[in-house]
Write a protein that binds this ligand. Structure first.
Ligand code: ATP
Ligand code: MG
Length: 321
């Protein structure tokens, strides 16, 4: 395993694009995204359903091929990796999903589920070692030993997600994409899983990309936040700065939407801003949020609006700032 360099970002994307050819044109799911994640830090990625968050995560993990651009991991271009290097990389980069239930085989017990990635990756030398490691992982993620023979359907959502976390941790990764890991959980259990993820980060030196459509969830766990809109990053800065001083009209609208806490609506994927979302298929040049932006002027249409550094470490893509 390569030593993690502390003086370069663990993850960097350079003009990263992921397009899908669809029957009705080219869908720009990730469109020219530049981001960095420093070692042991968390980048929160937020935006409405369909803005490309999962596609961005999956492209960085090389679970889906990039269309254009570069992905650097620990300073090295992983798009040029050969199959051998890629196999090693697969262990260093893991993913935790929103709904562990659909990603867990219902016929396997807790201990079998946690052992599975260790067996597939041939990490343990013998059965005893494997058993010990599974026990240790269960303790690490807060699953009581008595649950080792339980099946996923016998557990609540929080415990199922703890299995998902243990599976991701089992191969000692450095980087984890957490794709809406708490969105399917009750609010009270969300905090437990978020705390677990933060403790694990501290103890194991993990680096996270934390994807969510819910800005309030990402506030405490993120060091930096990137706001995505239709495949593009429209604002990026430190987490506190984003909440104290949002610049992009879209970010402001997202923040307005969480000012009125309505527990019954949390976790639901509802459109939170008025106006029609522009199609991600063959998008026209110009600001993609313009059609819904209350402040849009003629200058917002026609040419690309790049992300620029408005103040130190605070980037926004908007003509009006
Ligand atoms: N395999 C695919 N083929 C074609 N289009 C796809 C594919 N995967 C994703 N897309 C499209 O790419 C865009 C981004 O999808 P993605 O799932 O990344 O969004 P998301 O931000 O993760 O949304 P959600 O919050 O609902 O999970 C959407 O328009 C989606 O329909
Ligand atoms: Mg998604």
């Amino acid at each position: 395993m390569n030593q993690i360099k502390q003086d370069v970002p663990l993850i960097e994307t350079v003009h990263l694009k992921k397009y899908f050819d669809t029957g009705s044109g080219v869908l720009h799911a990730v469109d020219d995204v530049n981001l960095t994640i420093q070692p042991r830090k968390t980048l929160g990625v937020v935006g409405e359903s369909g803005c490309g968050k999962s596609t961005l995560g999956r492209t960085i993990l090389r679970l889906t091929p990039a269309t254009e651009g570069q992905i650097l991991y620990n300073g090295r271009d992983i798009l040029s990796y050969n199959p051998h290097q890629l196999r090693e990389l697969r262990r260093e980069m893991q993913i935790i999903f929103q709904d562990p239930y659909s990603s867990l085989n219902p016929r396997m017990t807790v201990s079998e589920l946690i052992a599975e990635p260790l067996v597939v990756n041939k990490v343990m030398k013998n059965k005893n070692q494997l058993k010990e490691r599974v026990k240790e992982l269960m303790e690490t993620v807060g699953l009581a030993p008595r649950l080792e023979n339980a099946y996923p359907h016998e557990l609540d959502g929080g415990r199922r997600q703890r299995i998902g976390v243990a599976r991701a941790l089992s191969v000692n990764p450095k980087f984890i994409v957490c794709d809406e890991p708490v969105s399917a959980l009750d609010v009270s259990i969300q905090a437990q899983i978020l705390n677990l993820l933060m403790d694990l980060q501290d103890n194991m030196g993990l680096t996270y990309m934390f994807i969510t459509h819910d800005l309030s969830v990402v506030r405490h766990i993120s060091d930096e936040i990137a706001v995505m809109y239709l495949g593009q990053c429209v604002e990026r800065c430190g987490s506190k700065e984003l909440f104290d001083n949002p610049l992009h009209p879209y970010t402001k609208a997202l923040l307005d939407a969480i000012q009125v806490p309505d527990i019954s609506l949390r976790g639901k994927k509802k459109p939170i801003i008025r106006g029609e979302v522009t199609s991600p298929i063959d998008p026209k040049p110009g600001c993609r949020f313009a059609a819904r932006c209350p402040q849009a002027t003629d200058a917002c249409w026609g040419s690309q609006i790049p992300l620029r550094e408005v103040s130190a470490g605070h980037y926004a893509a908007c003509n009006l700032i």
